[in-house]
Design a protein around this ligand. Structure first.
Ligand code: C2E
Ligand code: CA
Ligand code: CA
Length: 402
């Protein structure tokens, strides 16, 4: 791996970087002095002189925009070079609001710097970007506040969609799906609010709440199920976990606490993870999934076939279940290739010792075809839509099978 921090020497009068250069590194002065300057009319204005122990070039390194000033060594100067690549990961995993605030501070600073140098501050390009960043930040702050208020006000609820055994016909588990009913009566789809929660970072808290709430309900549902179907295993609870919840391994300890406190046997808990987690950083994904697996829970790969599915990672990661995305199920009767895809996914899962849940079953014929293709479990509007807690209990009491 390339060295990320190293030192470099510049002789008196040598330019370290010029305004407009790409901003890859920041510099820490070990010895010597540098001058920070801006072009003005024909000459230049010196805006700062820095010595031992000071840092320069950090702004462009953080927000990855061209240098806004020129830095020249005044005397022989030794600097420690801090490369941008070293900061990409920590910046990415920082709270998104942190990133925004950092960019606002930087944009403001640059604005002030330009005024100081007498450059025209109405440079529309720069001002728009500051405006854009401000309004983006404002929107996010509002959304985050609204979601947090909603969470505190009990506007979020979990609904439960049955996952059935295609062989036995009974309920084998439930998938917990989040719902947001706003106080004004409006209803926001998770397709909208989950990505927002991911952007603002609130998904971590929302995800903990979803796990806690659905595991509490799992006990009630399992109890009711056992009264109605004493000979059938208790239904598992499948809970969606965003990749962002797993970006810090320490979050898994929090999830473990929630699981412990719920009293639900870990073997009755399934966590659904999408492929994006694997794509971004395989080594991290493997560490996170192995750590989850150590808790004794089951792990499903969600929406399989829609993302960047790569066979190479499938067998290296501890998945128990593969969820075939709805598009393949929907197109099965129209397209021969969808059917072939489902068949090969089923064979693949078998070879890797995983079971399959087929999503989005809306017709009897699809359910029958999927069973014939070797899928063990199914989920879809044909069996049931996601249900409120009460409706889920009623469904169990009705002793429904498919
Ligand atoms: P998903 O995990 O793939 O969940 C399945 C989605 O398909 C659900 O949409 C469900 O209502 C819908 N669905 C189930 N059967 C059928 C069917 O037969 N036909 C059709 N057309 N749709 C069907 P929903 O509840 O709107 O959730 C959308 C997505 O939001 C989920 O997709 C998941 O990615 C995300 N989501 C929902 N709840 C949570 C949560 O608690 N945490 C996280 N991280 N994501 C969640
Ligand atoms: Ca899911
Ligand atoms: Ca899915």
């Amino acid at each position: 791996m390339a060295q990320m921090i190293f030192s470099k020497t510049y002789s008196a009068g040598q330019k370290i970087f010029a305004m407009g250069d790409e901003g890859r590194n920041a510099y820490f002065i070990e010895r010597g002095r540098v001058q920070v300057s801006l072009p003005k009319d024909d000459g230049e204005t010196i805006i700062a002189e820095l010595g031992k122990g000071e840092i320069f070039g950090e702004m462009s390194m953080i927000d990855d925009v061209p240098r806004s000033a020129t830095v020249t060594a005044v005397e022989d100067t030794e600097v420690i070079v801090i490369q941008r690549s070293r900061f990409i990961q920590p910046l990415k995993s920082a709270h998104p609001m942190m990133n925004l605030l950092l960019r606002i501070v930087l944009a403001r600073f640059r604005d002030a710097q330009r005024q100081l140098s007498g450059m025209r501050t109405t440079s529309s390009e720069m001002n728009t970007s500051l405006e854009e960043i401000r309004s983006l930040a404002f929107d996010r702050i509002n959304t985050e506040r609204d979601m947090r208020r909603g969470l505190d006000a009990g506007e979020f609820e979990m609904h439960y969609q049955p996952i059935t055994s295609l062989d036995g016909g009974h309920i084998a588990g439930f998938e917990a799906l989040m719902r947001w009913r706003k106080d004004d009566g409006g209803f926001v789809s998770p397709v909208e609010f989950i990505p927002l929660a991911e952007e603002t970072g609130l998904i971590v808290e929302l995800g903990r709440w979803a796990l806690e709430t659905s595991l509490k309900e799992q006990k009630n549902l399992a109890g009711r199920f056992n009264e109605n179907f004493p000979a059938v295993a208790a239904p598992f609870m499948s809970v969606n976990v965003s990749g962002l919840q797993l970006s810090e391994l320490s979050e898994i300890d929090r999830l473990a606490d929630i699981i412990d406190a719920s009293g639900t046997p870990p073997g009755d808990i399934k966590l659904e993870i999408t492929e994006t987690l694997m794509v971004e950083n395989f080594d991290h994904a493997k560490a996170a999934l192995d750590k989850l697996k150590d808790l004794g829970v089951l792990i499903a790969i969600d929406d399989f076939g829609t993302g960047y599915s790569s066979l190479s990672y499938l067998h290296q990661l501890p998945f128990d279940t593969l969820k075939i995305d709805r598009v393949f199920v929907t197109n099965m009767d129209k397209s021969e290739s969808s059917q072939r895809i489902v068949r090969s996914i089923a064979q693949l899962a078998l070879a890797l010792d995983m079971n399959i849940v087929a999503e989005g079953i809306e017709e009897q014929a699809q359910m029958d075809a999927l069973r014939d293709l070797g899928c063990q479990y199914g989920q879809g509007f044909f069996m049931s839509k996601p249900l409120t807690t009460d409706a889920a209990h009623e469904l169990i009491d009705s002793k429904a099978t498919w």
